[in-house]
Design a protein around this ligand. Sequence first.
Ligand code: HGY
Ligand code: MN
Ligand code: MN
Length: 428
Amino acid sequence: MNASNTTDSAAERAQDFVNNARLQSSIAALAAFGGRDDGGVSRETLTPIDLAARRHLIDYARSLGCEVMIDDCANLFFRRSGKTEQSPVLTGSHADTQPIGGKLDGAYGVLAGLEVIAALNDAGISTIRPIEVVAWTNEEGSRFGPGTMGSSAFVTPSLLTSYRQSVDKDGIVMGDALDAALKEVPDVPRRAMAEPMDAYVELHIEQGPVLERANAALGVVTGIQSVLWYRVVCTGMAAHAGTTPMNERSDAMAAAVAIASQLYARAEQEAASNMRLTLGRWHVSPNSINTIPGEVEFTIDVRCVDASVLVRFERFLQDLTTQHAWRGRIVFETLFRREPTIFPQDMRDLIDIACTRATQAAQRGLPQHLTSGAFHDAMYLADHCPTGMIFVPSKDGISHNAAEETAPADLTLGVQALAYTIVELANR
Ligand code: HGY
Ligand code: MN
Ligand code: MN
């Protein structure tokens, strides 16, 4: 156990009691739920594996003395009481993963919050405000769209009605999956949505190359870039691949490929704005080698720090889909839209102090300030209470991939910075 003299503040002592071995074993234990031979994790939201992982987190949190609650969107809250009943300081992230994800995206932030609680227990520190750790439901949005369902519904409960109607690729309705998840935990009391929170701090892997290239051990996140998701549907006519002359086809794939190549050309033109375009999911019908596709649906994920670039992009997409000359039809639907998020300066200042103390103690230089390329639950909590984020580097900038990795020493530094930040906030 780290020795620490009693003149240190509670925040400094909490930081010094973070336990690297315990953190590593909690990461490995959670990663086993959906663990893959290639080191990745497949644990999409509200699948049986996710429900088993949730039970594991409930048991672990209870072993740390936490009270556990759940809300109507199955967001799980692990609460360490404070000396008062004032609104809690909240930390956490999500425990669901991409279809083939890593063991850290989201999971690290939930386990980091629980490690802060374990460190407080070891240090015998009690805080004025309660501290809560949350595991948000369906941050990824890969199974049920859109993403960040749990956190956005927590902040705006009226969203839950439409979210419950989302359907996955197997025709399972989100509302049914949600009800099944809630039924799995009869021992966990329900808590209201939109509960007042004093502040929210999320620790997350960067998922990009910025910190590693800057040789920075920790990141103070200034904000999150804007994001837009669309579904584009090209509808032509299925026909025989051998008998149909090329100039008599309504080939939905030819239309989709033409649209897609113009979208990529647009991304080239917008390179200076650092706009990022991904056409991640394609569905072809009837998807037969010798039938001309009658319908092709694909998704667009487009992001930029400058929201006006996305306004221009949507106009471009509108023109593209209405002006494409062919016999068929092209429509697009917006699935997800989030303007840029800027975290408040006072939260960034506190996080900078916390990160600096941790990196200096480890002779790792100073933290780097950066905007998040990935979206996070924090972008909705920012509408609810003072919010901030801390990043740790991602090896080779890789994420949403089984190879996702962060050096153990950096993971521990991140939790140390989180511990300091949370305790400072909880003792204000
Ligand atoms: O897509 C995102 O930015 C997040 O990692 N789910
Ligand atoms: Mn994430
Ligand atoms: Mn993710």
